[in-house]
Design a protein. Structure first.
Length: 656
């Protein structure tokens, strides 16, 4: 059994969100805090109480009373074998009914149903139980009187149009014999209980919801029960019974220790004639020191949840729906991933997990992804294309980026590489006095993919986002090096990026770091750079020599003036050679750590050298606001156009 369709209405933050489709295996619900994830999971647990939605739309005036009923429409998909087993568990002698199909219908013709005779009704019953899967659609309505159930349509399992009409539906009876055989004496009945209503209790009993809080399951009454309660309140009782199955109990303890290595074993002991409690062995059980065990109530928060989840998965003879709210809130990331890896071995169950953890989402490889948002005083739900999300993750992988690098950000500023990824936030924070406020600055790892047709590997990320909702946030801009790109190449990248490509005013970020005093200061801070301190004048002479050499430029016309040379020289190569030469090969230039050190030095002593970067960040970030549709239609920021060099002299020396 699993929940295949679900829609909640008038419950907490939900007024009337979109209907959802779920499958067996993993289903992820994600969204920001207070987006409605927990409320959705409560409703999915089908054990909720009335709690009407309250907003201007439902309470238009002070004192107005909203509709005092909360509703969930749910479809359960189940195998005929499970339906047969559920009915067998009900009291013997019950008579059940199937809606009679119109005799001229395709289903009646294929099944052989023609009349009310026993033979004809048995053909209908056999056709029903021969389906691959059955789906029952029901409605749960919570009012002040409790939770009531009804069918959405007659019959609840759909499949065909029934005979009769509202108030006069016609049904054919059947029974289940003492050995489970299906029988019928034929006949007809009107307006009897729909078959789905007999199954509601069984469906509910196979739904488990684990909240993001400490479960009070350390103690329970002693008993012989083996079915875990929906709230896991009888966990000590069922584990006590499981101890009598040594092999399965050992499996449970082995899995628990694999997920939570600090717990070697759990066991159940009596604390009175009426009560038992779970205790954790954090030491080797072979020591036989039961006096050192720790009651579960005094152990870590996540142990109870993991135990209950393991019990359901390992002991359930039929598929169940297991709902887990924010597992990262009660489990270490490593333990949460191990739990997901374990659950992957039991995909006959349905797992619905609310999480904002990219690690859990990636590990689960979900079949459905639901995004919850809170806007205009109500929660909305949107299901994402899980296959497209996997494609995005694959693309990110090609770029050397993990989903966790950017998951949860409001938007992304893509930059050329790791150096800019580390340095731009420093400039933003220390020079611009701004926080990122939800914007993630992320470096593209394989910038070679930006050349030629392979640029699509990078920019398909943004196009995927633009096509609909996604777990990934939208792009603010792509800040790229000019390098030796001509106008045609830059315009092509601008087009592929969805008009978000912005080019640095200089050839690369390192062109802003060619400051002799800053380079000398950083070099002298490196132990063993050379026996005598490096001076800014030595650095200046090396830079000036290389600025006059055409081999450091894309073309001769890039060397016309001193400003041109500083703007267009291959500064990355100069820094590498400069460190190598002046340290007499003792120290190699490391692009990221040394780039960060030079940036920090400029921020402290020569912030004017970074003026152009400040302007660029101001234009592209806009204090972290989400990209508007108008911004996508803007022209690139002077892409490829001549730009003035920073005119202000540096206190450390410009090196021009």
């Amino acid at each position: 059994m699993y929940i295949s369709h679900f829609q909640v209405r008038n419950y907490k933050s939900f007024r009337e969100p979109a209907a959802l489709e779920f499958t067996q295996g993993f289903n992820i619900v994600s969204g920001q805090n207070n987006a409605g994830k927990t409320a959705l999971l409560e409703a999915l647990g089908l054990n909720f109480t009335v709690n009407p939605h309250r907003s201007i739309k439902t309470v238009p005036a002070r004192g107005a009373v909203p509709d005092q009923s909360s509703v969930a429409e749910v479809s359960f998909t189940v195998s005929p074998k499970e339906v047969h087993e559920y009915l067998l568990a009900l009291p013997r002698g019950n008579t059940y009914h199937l809606a009679k199909p119109d005799q001229g219908s395709e289903f009646a013709r294929k099944s052989g149903y023609t009349d009310d005779s026993a033979r004809s009704v048995m053909k209908l019953v056999e056709a029903f139980f021969s389906q691959d899967l059955l789906t029952f659609s029901l409605r749960a309505t919570a009012t002040a009187n409790g939770l009531g159930w009804g069918v959405l349509n007659t019959p609840s399992y759909g499949m065909y149009a029934p005979q009769g009409g509202p108030g006069n539906w016609m049904f054919a009876p059947f029974q289940i014999g003492g050995e489970g055989q299906l029988t019928s004496n034929g006949g007809s009945a009107a307006n009897v209980t729909d078959l789905g209503m007999y199954l509601v209790g069984a469906f509910q009993r196979h739904i488990y919801r684990f909240a993001a809080e400490r479960l009070k399951v350390g103690r329970s009454a002693h008993g012989a029960g083996v079915t875990l309660a929906q709230d896991a309140s009888n966990l000590p009782e069922v584990l006590g019974q499981l101890q009598h199955n040594p092999s399965r109990f050992r499996d449970l303890n082995d899995q628990l220790a694999a997920i939570l290595p600090q717990v070697k074993r759990v066991s159940v002991r009596g604390i009175s004639q009426a009560e038992v409690e779970i205790v954790a062995w954090t030491h080797d059980p072979e020591t036989q020191r039961e006096d050192l065990v720790v009651p579960l109530a005094q152990s870590g928060t996540g142990i109870g949840q993991v135990l209950a989840i393991l019990y359901v998965v390992l002991t359930s003879d039929r598929p169940s729906t297991i709902i887990i709210d924010e597992p990262q809130s009660f489990l270490h990331p490593g333990a949460a991933r191990k739990l997901i890896d374990f659950l992957k071995l039991y995909l006959q169950h349905q797992f619905i997990i609310a999480t904002h953890s990219a690690t859990i989402i990636s590990a689960a490889n979900p079949k459905t992804i639901t995004l919850a948002r809170f806007t205009d005083d109500e929660s909305t739900l949107q299901q994402l294309n899980a296959r497209a999300e996997k494609g995005i993750q694959a693309t990110l992988g090609e770029l050397g980026i993990r989903l966790s690098d950017l998951f949860g950000a409001d938007n992304i500023l893509w930059v050329e590489g790791r150096t800019e990824e580390k340095c731009f936030p420093l400039i933003l924070e220390k020079l611009m006095r701004q926080s990122l406020m939800g914007t993630e600055i992320l470096g593209i790892r394989q910038t070679g993919d930006l050349e030629g047709r392979d640029a699509k590997k990078v920019f398909e990320i943004y196009r995927s986002l633009a096509s609909g909702a996604s777990l990934l946030p939208p792009a603010v801009a792509f800040v790229l090096d000019e390098e030796c790109r001509n106008e045609g190449a830059k315009q092509e990248l601008f087009k592929l990026s969805g008009k978000l490509a912005i080019f640095l005013p200089r050839r690369m970020y390192e062109n802003y770091l060619l400051n002799p005093a800053a380079i000398a200061e950083v070099a002298n801070s490196i132990g063993g750079f050379r026996p005598t301190p490096l001076t800014p004048e030595e650095v200046r002479k090396v830079i000036e020599t290389k600025l006059g050499n055409p081999e450091y430029f894309c073309a001769a016309d890039k060397m016309k003036t001193a400003a041109d040379r500083m703007r267009n020289v291959d500064a990355g190569r100069i820094l590498e050679e400069l460190f190598n030469e002046l340290s007499e090969t003792r120290v190699a230039y490391q692009k990221v750590p040394h780039g960060v050190a030079l940036t920090e030095c400029l921020i402290k002593h020569a912030p004017e050298d970074l003026h152009e970067i400040v302007e660029l960040l101001n234009k592209s970030l806009k204090k972290g606001e989400a990209v508007s549709s108008a911004s996508r239609d803007r022209a690139p920021i002077a892409a490829g156009a001549p730009r003035p060099a920073s005119a202000a002299p540096s206190r450390l020396g410009a090196g021009e």
